[in-house]
Design a binder for this molecule. Structure first.
Ligand code: MN
Ligand code: MN
Length: 463
C-alpha cells in the first residue's frame, strides 16, 4: 500500500519560485534592474533595437557580413530595418546538427499617429491616432502620454522625436468625460465607452496672436514643431510616431517582487533572451536570438516573422560554413517566447485554475495557443515538451504549464507557427503578465529571471 505522502508525490502542482528556489529571488532582483533600464530606454521597437545593438557591441559582437567565414565562438549580429535584432554565437557543432533559436517580439500595443494627425476643435489642439494591436480603448484616457518616433523631412533627412520622458518635458493625454455627465456613456458596453475616434491626444491649447487667423491653435502647434524639428504637416505623412505611456518601469509591492511597466509584452521575454545570447560562450549548437517586430498585428510585413528575414539570416549562417540549410532546420529547435496571461483572482471567472499560469510560479510553457479548437497554433509535440521540461529540470528552472484562459473566451496566437512552418521544432514559453496589453502591465521578477535561466540553459545545452 502506498502512503498518502507517497501518493501526493504523484501530483502535478504549481509551486512558487519563493518556495522552490528561494535562492533565486535575490538574483532575480538584480537581473531585473537591467530589465527596467531596458524598458525605460526602449518604448518603441526602434528604440529597443538601438539599445540592444549597444548591448551587443559592448559584449564584442561584430556586424554580420554575408559570405564571410565564421568560426566556433564567433559572435555576430545584424539589424533588420532598424526594427528587428538578429544575434548569433557560432557553435562547435556543424549547423547541420541543428541550431538553438530564441525568439521574442519587441513591438507593443500602442497608439500610432495617423498620416494627417493634427487638428483643432473648439480651441484645443489634438493629434489623431490609430491604435496598434489589441488595445482596450477605455484604458488609454487620463494617463500621461509621451510621443516617440521618427519623421522624414522633404529633403530625406531623418529626425527623431521623443517628448514626455524627461522630468521637465511636457506630457500629453486623452481626455474622458466627468462622472457628472457620464450617464449616457456609462450605459454603453465597456468596448464602446471610448471609441477609436475618441483616442485624440491633447497637444496644445494656446492660439497664435493673430486674432483674425483661422485654426490658431493648429498653426501654433505646427509652428512649434517646425521650430524644434524643422518639420511641416506634410512630413507627418512620412513619419512613424507612437503614443506610449510616459511612466517609467516601477517596482510593485512592499516586497518589490513585481514590476509595473508599459511594454512587458514582449520585452519581458526579449531582454532575458538577449541576455542569454550575450552570455553564452563557445556553445555546442549555434545559438540565434531574434527580436522581431509586428507580432501584435499578425507578424505581416518585412519586419514581421511571416517575412523571410529570420530564415534568410539562418540560410546565410549555413552558407558561411557550407552547411545544408534544410538539414539545419530539421535538426533545429526554437523557443518562441511571448507573454502569457497570469491568473487574476479579481477576474477568476476568465480562467480555468488547473490550467492557469500564475505570477510568481516560474516561466510558463504553452504546448499550443490559438482559439476555437486550437486553430492557428503550431502545437508543439510531446517530444518537444519532454525535451524542454527535462532541460529545465536539469537546470533548476521553475516552470509551469497551462493555457491562456477558459476555452472559447477568446484566445490568441504567437509567432511559433511561422517558425514551425519552416520545419523547425518550436515551443511557446513566456512570462505570465497581469493586465496584459494595458498601459501598465505587471510581471513577477522571479518569473523574468526563470525566463532568463530557460534561455540560458537552451543556449548552453550540448546534448
Ligand atoms: Mn506578445
Ligand atoms: Mn500581445
Amino acid at each position: 500500500m502506498q502512503t498518502t505522502e507517497e501518493l501526493k508525490k504523484l501530483l502535478y502542482k504549481n509551486e512558487t519560485v519563493a518556495d522552490t528556489a528561494p535562492d533565486a529571488l535575490s538574483a532575480a532582483q538584480e537581473f531585473c534592474e537591467g530589465y527596467k533600464a531596458f524598458l525605460d530606454h526602449g518604448k518603441t521597437e526602434r528604440e529597443v533595437t538601438a539599445y540592444s545593438e549597444k548591448l551587443l557591441l559592448n559584449a564584442g559582437y561584430k556586424p554580420f557580413v554575408a559570405g564571410e567565414k565564421l568560426s566556433a565562438g564567433d559572435k555576430v549580429y545584424t539589424i533588420n530595418r532598424e526594427k528587428c535584432v538578429l544575434a548569433a554565437t557560432i557553435g562547435t557543432k556543424s549547423l547541420e546538427e541543428g541550431f538553438h533559436l530564441n525568439i521574442a517580439h519587441i513591438d507593443s500595443p500602442r497608439l500610432d499617429l495617423r498620416p494627417v494627425p493634427v487638428f483643432e476643435k473648439n480651441g484645443l489642439g489634438y493629434l489623431r491616432t490609430h491604435y496598434y494591436g489589441g488595445v482596450r480603448k477605455y484604458q488609454w484616457p487620463t494617463i500621461p502620454l509621451a510621443l516617440h518616433g521618427v519623421v522624414f523631412r522633404a529633403d530625406g533627412s531623418k529626425v527623431e522625436i521623443c517628448i514626455g520622458e524627461k522630468d521637465d518635458d511636457p506630457v500629453f493625454c486623452i481626455t474622458d468625460l466627468l462622472p457628472h455627465l457620464g450617464a449616457k456613456q456609462n450605459a454603453k458596453p465597456l468596448s464602446e465607452g471610448i471609441s477609436a475616434e475618441d483616442l485624440n491626444v491633447l497637444i496644445a491649447s494656446q492660439p497664435i496672436a493673430d486674432k483674425d487667423a483661422e485654426q490658431r491653435v493648429k498653426l501654433s502647434v505646427l509652428g512649434m514643431l517646425n521650430e524644434a524639428y524643422g518639420i511641416t504637416e506634410r512630413d507627418f505623412t512620412r513619419a512613424e510616431i507612437e503614443v506610449v505611456p510616459a511612466h517609467k518601469a516601477r517596482d510593485i509591492g512592499l516586497d518589490r517582487a513585481m514590476i509595473g511597466a508599459y511594454g512587458h509584452d514582449d520585452r519581458v521575454d526579449a531582454y532575458p533572451a538577449l541576455m542569454a545570447e550575450i552570455g553564452v560562450q563557445n556553445p555546442a549548437y549555434t545559438t540565434v536570438c531574434v527580436l522581431t517586430d509586428k507580432e501584435e498585428t499578425g507578424s505581416d510585413g518585412v519586419t514581421g516573422l511571416q517575412s523571410m528575414y529570420t530564415f534568410h539570416f539562418l540560410q546565410q549562417l549555413c552558407a558561411a560554413q557550407g552547411a545544408d540549410y534544410i538539414k539545419a532546420c530539421k535538426a533545429g529547435k526554437c523557443l518562441s517566447a511571448d507573454v502569457t496571461a497570469a491568473f487574476d483572482p479579481t477576474f477568476a471567472d476568465a480562467f480555468e485554475p488547473d490550467n492557469g499560469t500564475y505570477a510568481g510560479c516560474g516561466v510558463a510553457i504553452y504546448k499550443y495557443t490559438g482559439a476555437r479548437g486550437k486553430s492557428g497554433t503550431s502545437d508543439a509535440s510531446a517530444e518537444m515538451v519532454s525535451y524542454l521540461t527535462n532541460l529545465m529540470d536539469k537546470n533548476q528552472v521553475v516552470w509551469q504549464i497551462g493555457e491562456m484562459g477558459k476555452l472559447d473566451l477568446g484566445g490568441g496566437g504567437t509567432v511559433a507557427k511561422f517558425v514551425a512552418n519552416q520545419d523547425i521544432d518550436t515551443i511557446d514559453i513566456g512570462v505570465p503578465v497581469l493586465s496584459m496589453h494595458s498601459p501598465f502591465e505587471v510581471v513577477s521578477k522571479a518569473d523574468v529571471y526563470m525566463a532568463y535561466l530557460t534561455f540560458k540553459a537552451f543556449c548552453e545545452d550540448a546534448e
